[in-house]
Design a protein around this ligand. Sequence first.
Ligand code: PHE
Length: 450
Amino acid sequence: MSKLGVGIAAKRVCGRGFHNSVRLASRQPLVLNGIEYATDNYTNVPASIASRVHPHPQLPYLENQPLALLRGEIERVLGARYMPIRAPSPVVSTRLNFDELGFPEDHPGRQPSDTYFVNKNTCLRTHTSAHQIGAFRSGNLRWLLTADVFRRDEIDSSHYPVFHQMEGASVWNHEELVPGGSVEQECVAMEQKLANVPMEIQDQVSVEDAGGWQPKHEANNRQGAELSMRHLKATLNTLVYELFQPRWALESQSDEPLKVRWIPAFFPFTSPSFEVEVWFRGKWLEILGSGVVQQSILDQSGLADKMGWAFGLGLERIAMVLFSIPDIRLFWSQDKRFLGQFAKQSGRSLPLMTFKPYSKHPPCYKDVSFWLPPNFHENDLFETVRDCAGDLVEDVECIDSFVHLKTQKASRCYRVNYRSMDRNLENEQINTLHNAVLDRLRREFSLEIR
Ligand code: PHE
């Protein structure tokens, strides 16, 4: 999935195999939050992940937590019209996470190689959109929901199997979506402000390239759909400006304006759909996914008479660049040297806080080479390393891959980089850890380690 964690649209599929079901044959019930769930051959939630399942998201609600500061800032910028919602437990039905949102049966995001399944019909939510219909159904027309989301993925400084998203939405009655109505008035007010600030908005996307108008919108209220899209763009351009401009002004040391660009995207539950990117530290940074809500979603929510927009963003991604946090594991640190820094600066405007890394401890590399078994997926390797080593693993990288000429067997070599965020690691301790990883790989996946 994209590094931002809003990438259900554009999934990376290189080097993927199929899920190894041998390991998942356990039929013991799985206990999450004190609730027992039946298991089956889809079940793939290891203990290290089960222990992160809480009745509500945690980090974005802790004092001095950068994710909490960022959540507060986003809520402040969007304003009191948006009802803040703290998501429930991440254990959701696959119906909620995928089916009701229009994900086809064979969508790559639904594979057990990418998603944590409690059982065939229950998973750990992979995105905040799992609660779109629920939030609308409880009568909220404008809301901002915060949740922890879970994805099986690679291991490096910007990927962690649990991260946080915020999803926002706004829908209106058709009468409000008319020229000169309340929605247009809000658009005009936001657009006037944006016209007077130093930001360059690159937005040449044609609606056709972004998925087109939905037939129901065309038939019922094409003008309303256009106004929804205009409101979406003004709202998110304002959000991007408020979050990034102070940092940009400080770092760019020039009069160059902050640059934001809109690019076409695809999500099964919005159309047209867009991604928003910001030019930051020499590259385009993907910030969020968004679009005009599919009418089928509103129909299922009991809001068939309304239309509007939704967006979803990844909090860690933004917090890492805004505050210069170099490693995603730091968000989970209880270390005073981390959390204390965000308390001290609390008098400062939030986007100007800067994290100063405390001493970086030496890394310790260990390689693992093996012949690739037929049903092996590299996420199974990543998961095993995480489950054994927890936050002591910094990244895992494929450094060699070849096919034996005679036997046609494929070989892979991965380099595991162990490094603690807060102390030096003894080589002996790492050897023990790494041997435990190798043992499990042999036992659970019958890996032939070379
Ligand atoms: N849920 C999408 C993701 O995680 C992001 C999104 C949210 C897109 C809302 C459109 C509307 O990739």
